[in-house]
Design a protein around this ligand. Structure first.
Ligand code: HEM
Length: 200
C-alpha cells in the first residue's frame, strides 16, 4: 500500500530542496510564464508583434530588480547600518552589500538594454511622458555606473582608499543613492502612465 502522507511529504521535501537554489526558483517562475504564453498567446508567437510586449515584460522584471534593490538600500540597509554593532558590520559590508550591488548594477544595465529594445521595436507609445521617464531613468543609470558603484568600491574596501577618502566616498554614494530614490518616483510615474495616457 502506498502511504499517501509519506509520498506527499517526500514530494514536498523534493520541492523544498529544489527551491533552496534561487536560480531554480527563477527558472520555475519562467516556466510557469512560458505555459501561460503557450496557453494564451500561441498565435502571437509566429508574428513579430509579440517581440515588443515580450521585451516590455523583460524590461519590467529587470526594472523591479533594480528599483527593488534601490529601495532595499534606502529603506533597509542605509538606515539600519548605524544600529549594527561594530563587530557585525563586516557581515554586511563584506558579504551582503557587494552581492546586492552586483544585482543592482546589472539589473540596471538589463533595464536600460531592454528599454532600448522596446523603444526600437516600435511597440512603445512615444510621447512626452515616456521621454521624460527615459531621461530620468538614464540619469539614474548614469548615477549608478559612474558615481554610486566607484564610490561604493572605495567605501567597502574593494579598491584601496585612505580612511577619510572612504568616509567621503560612502557619503557621496549614499547621497547619490538617495537622489535616485527621489527620481525613481517621477520616473516610474512616467514609465507606467506613458502607454496609458492619450496625447502627451
Ligand atoms: C533607464 C532607462 C529606461 C528606458 C530606456 C525605458 C524604456 C521604456 C519603454 C520604451 C517603455 C514602453 C512604453 C510603452 O509601451 O509605451 C517602457 C515602459 C515601462 N517601463 Fe521603462 N525604461 C527605462 C527604465 C525603467 C525602469 C527603471 C523601470 C522600473 C521598473 C521601468 C519600468 C517600466 C514599466 C512598468 C513600463 C510600462 C510597461 C507597460 O505598461 O506597458 N522602466 N520603458
Amino acid at each position: 500500500m502506498v502511504d499517501i502522507n509519506e509520498t506527499a511529504s517526500n514530494l514536498l521535501e523534493k520541492i523544498a530542496k529544489y527551491l533552496e537554489k534561487p536560480y531554480n526558483a527563477m527558472a520555475l517562475g519562467g516556466g510557469i510564464a512560458f505555459v501561460i504564453l503557450l496557453l494564451y498567446h500561441t498565435r502571437s508567437l509566429g508574428g513579430s508583434y509579440f517581440f515588443g510586449p515580450f521585451f516590455t515584460f523583460l524590461h519590467v522584471v529587470s526594472g523591479i530588480t533594480w528599483i527593488g534593490l534601490l529601495y532595499y538600500f534606502n529603506l533597509v540597509q542605509i538606515p539600519t547600518m548605524p544600529k549594527v554593532p561594530p563587530e557585525l558590520k563586516p557581515g554586511v559590508g563584506k558579504y551582503i552589500a557587494p552581492e546586492a550591488l552586483f544585482w543592482y548594477r546589472w539589473a540596471m544595465v538589463a533595464t536600460v538594454a531592454t528599454g532600448a529594445i522596446v523603444l526600437m521595436s516600435g511597440a512603445a507609445t512615444v510621447n512626452f511622458t515616456l521621454i521624460t521617464g527615459i531621461v530620468l531613468g538614464l540619469l539614474m543609470a548614469f548615477n549608478v555606473w559612474f558615481i554610486i558603484w566607484p564610490n561604493q568600491q572605495k567605501a567597502l574596501g574593494l579598491v584601496p582608499a585612505e580612511d577619510d577618502e572612504k568616509m567621503r566616498s560612502a557619503r557621496l554614494a549614499m547621497l547619490t543613492s538617495r537622489a535616485n530614490f527621489v527620481l525613481s518616483v517621477p520616473m516610474l510615474f512616467c514609465m507606467v502612465t506613458a502607454p496609458l495616457v492619450a496625447g502627451g
